[in-house]
Ligand binder design. Structure first.
Ligand SMILES: CC(C)(COP(=O)(O)OP(=O)(O)OC[C@H]1O[C@@H](n2cnc3c(N)ncnc32)[C@H](O)[C@@H]1OP(=O)(O)O)[C@@H](O)C(=O)NCCC(=O)NCCS
Length: 152
């Protein structure tokens, strides 16, 4: 059976929610409500295996030249097999098609993104607009996430 990468559908929301909630409970990523997943479902791409979502993530546009990879997660049983990188590459392709020049992520998995071609930057270098989401986070302003960015 092969892994299928495709844009998410409404029927994927429950599995994406489960996946994100699993890692959010370990404080590895931000929790997402079902409501926000339904509203943002068009931003999501999933990796499907044997009829199940085993990986997911989204590309969120911030500004004319900037987008963010959000909610990227791969099921524990499937990590370290290149699925995260494949999803990142699909987001970079999507950004290129949209003529967006830079893609960033806020993450505890800096090394993974560096392996995907990103470089580390100071969070303060990101535009203020990025903080709109952060102010609603319980960890703000003491979050330990690192910023990584790639020019495409
Ligand atoms: C981070 C995550 C998405 C990586 O997905 P993955 O499918 O395991 O990653 P890949 O197999 O595509 O790895 C690509 C490369 O990064 C490396 N890598 C993967 N996870 C890594 C980690 N946590 N630390 C260091 N390197 C890592 C791999 O060894 C591989 O290296 P290579 O270039 O030598 O082949 C996955 O571990 C995950 O879901 N983590 C929990 C949720 C999370 O923290 N998401 C990030 C929020 S932005």
């Amino acid at each position: 059976m092969e892994i299928i990468y495709r844009k998410a559908k409404i029927s994927d929301v429950e599995e994406i929610h489960q996946l994100v909630s699993y890692y959010a409970a370990k404080n590895l990523m931000l929790a997402r409500s079902r409501s926000s997943l339904y509203e943002g479902i068009r931003e999501f791409t999933v990796a499907e295996y044997n009829g199940r979502v085993i990986g997911a993530g989204s590309l969120h546009i911030i500004w004319s030249d900037l987008a963010e990879i959000r909610a990227l997660a791969v099921r524990p049983a499937h990590i370290q097999k290149g699925i995260g990188r494949n999803l990142v590459n699909l987001f970079l392709k999507e950004a290129r098609q949209l003529e967006i020049k830079r893609v960033f992520a806020l993450t505890y998995q800096q090394e993974f993104f560096i392996r995907c071609g990103f470089k580390a930057i100071a969070k303060e270098e990101l535009p203020h607009k990025v903080w709109k989401e952060c102010v609603n986070c319980p960890l703000f302003p003491n979050c330990e996430e690192n910023a990584v960015i790639i020019n495409i």
